[in-house]
Design a protein around this ligand. Structure first.
Ligand SMILES: [Cu+2]
Length: 464
């Protein structure tokens, strides 16, 4: 009993000292970071009008469109997110109205310090920039930003939205700066897309990779991924260490009733509702010039046209990393994942095609109107005036179809359903795209930029 009392006295005395030390330390740290401030900066674009079922694009090719405004201060971004909001209420807009397919922010630097680097991106999965404590993406007064984005209106009426971005910015304090490092398994095809052909056995996988060297010695302290429907995973690996996995980003797919599966038309298979991200205060060490590899894995039983495999990592320069390290990975890697209910396995999906119906509504159709044109050899399809001429085409196996894009409006041709996935780039001003058909069957196509009404069906006859 007596022992208990004295023990409790000792504890109280210890607690007293501990409190004093903590208070003292707190006072010291306040003194050393006098003027340190964390603020949340919210910016909103001018209203963007999107016509019925239309796609709106933003970026450097559209100088008349809204441009992003950088926070005009010296500091560090530690978090960033983006949303599409109603121009009147400022509330987030549900995707049954307008959906933000993707957005990339890049810094052009300031007049005396040009940069030109993508530092944050987001797709339908609403990825956020989240850096661990003590790290930030440096920003400076007078800096200019650019962006590239795509919005899709899922309604038969014109609608208006603003793109809103929110950055948590720390000022008056030195943080460890990060350099964004982007990996892209399309290996820089325009629009950063690739086509999974499909037609493999159940369980077969389409594997693509991209390898690039680290620009400086440092530590990877965070990373996020972006994929489309059909993806299994994105893996960042280290070739010099037996190609061991540094981080694997995995998708969570929406439940059957999720709006992703209800909206129409679809431009590509619905993406995941979340891709896992990570942060690590200690960071994964990489030496300058050391190669890192990103590998995307997609289902290859079904075709997946215009798929993506992107990972954005944040590298904090650290000159103390002088050589490749195959030591154990830091133990503080924290995986950030959605808490929403979802599916682990990608649900196989068909992409339907749509034509204009009554009252300007999009209606699902098996193919475009018009008679089937029968070709006996190679053929050409002119894509102009928001139509493919011919819309219904029968060709022999082994023949080549060339799409030509004579007009001044960008179009493309993208597989919806069929024996082999492929797509053209966005073309205009006389651009052409040729495809040799080596698998017989029925193919349906749409223009990714004009998915309602700009549709085509090609029947590849089994014998030539
Ligand atoms: Cu088009």
């Amino acid at each position: 009993m007596g022992i208990d009392v004295s023990a409790s006295k000792v504890n109280r005395l210890g607690l007293f000292w501990l409190t004093l030390v903590v208070l003292f330390a707190a006072a010291l740290s306040f003194a050393s970071i006098a003027g340190a401030k964390t603020q949340v900066i919210i910016k909103k674009s001018a209203p963007i009008s999107v016509g019925p079922y239309q796609v709106a694009l933003g970026g450097p090719q559209y100088p008349d469109g809204p441009q992003p405004v950088a926070p005009d201060i010296e500091g560090y971004i530690t978090k960033m997110s983006v949303d599409v909001v109603d121009v009147k209420t400022g509330k987030p807009v549900p995707i049954k109205r307008i959906m933000l397919h993707h957005i990339v922010f890049y810094s052009l630097g300031s007049a005396d310090n040009r940069r030109g680097e993508a530092f944050y991106g987001d797709g339908e999965e609403r990825a956020k920039m989240i850096l661990p404590d003590g790290y930030g993406y440096p920003i400076h007064p007078g800096e200019q930003w650019g962006w590239i984005w795509m919005l899709m209106n899922h309604q038969s009426i014109t609608d208006q939205v603003s793109i809103r971005y929110t950055a948590t910015v720390v000022t008056g304090e030195e943080l460890k700066p990060v350099i964004p490092m982007v990996f892209d398994t399309s290996n820089r095809r325009p629009a950063l897309v690739f086509d999974v052909p499909g037609g493999g056995k159940p369980g077969s996988v389409d594997v693509r990779s991209m390898t690039r060297p680290a620009p400086v010695s440092g530590r990877i302290v965070a990373g996020l991924g972006h994929v489309h429907g059909g993806a299994k995973s994105l893996t960042l690996s280290q070739p010099a260490c037996g190609n061991r996995t540094l981080y694997r980003s995995t998708p969570t797919w929406g439940l059957k009733k999720h709006p992703f599966y209800k909206v129409r038309p679809v431009l590509h298979e619905p993406g995941p509702i979340n891709m896992s991200q990570f942060t690590s205060e200690r960071g994964i060490p990489v030496a300058a010039g050391e190669e890192l590899t990103l590998t995307s894995r997609y289902d290859n039983e079904y075709p997946h046209s215009r798929a993506m495999g992107l990972m954005l990592t944040y590298l904090a320069p650290d000159p103390t990393v002088t050589s490749t390290s195959c030591n154990k990975l830091p133990r503080d890697i924290e995986v950030l994942k959605t808490k929403s209910k979802g599916r682990k396995k990608v649900p196989p999906r068909q992409i339907n095609i749509y034509d204009w119906g009554k009252g300007g509504k999009a209606v699902e159709v098996p193919g475009p109107r018009g008679a089937m044109q029968v070709a006996t050899g190679d053929s050409t399809v002119v894509a102009d005036n928001y139509q493919y001429q011919a819309g219904n085409l029968s060709v022999p196996l082994g023949s080549t179809v060339t799409w030509s894009f004579p007009g001044s409006v960008l179009h493309n041709v993208t597989l919806a359903n069929g024996p082999e996935g492929f797509s053209s780039d966005r073309l205009f001003n006389g651009g052409t795209f040729a495809k040799k058909f080596t698998r017989p069957g029925n193919y349906t196509f749409y223009c990714e930029l004009h998915p309602v009404g700009m549709i085509e069906r090609v029947v590849v006859r089994p014998s030539s």
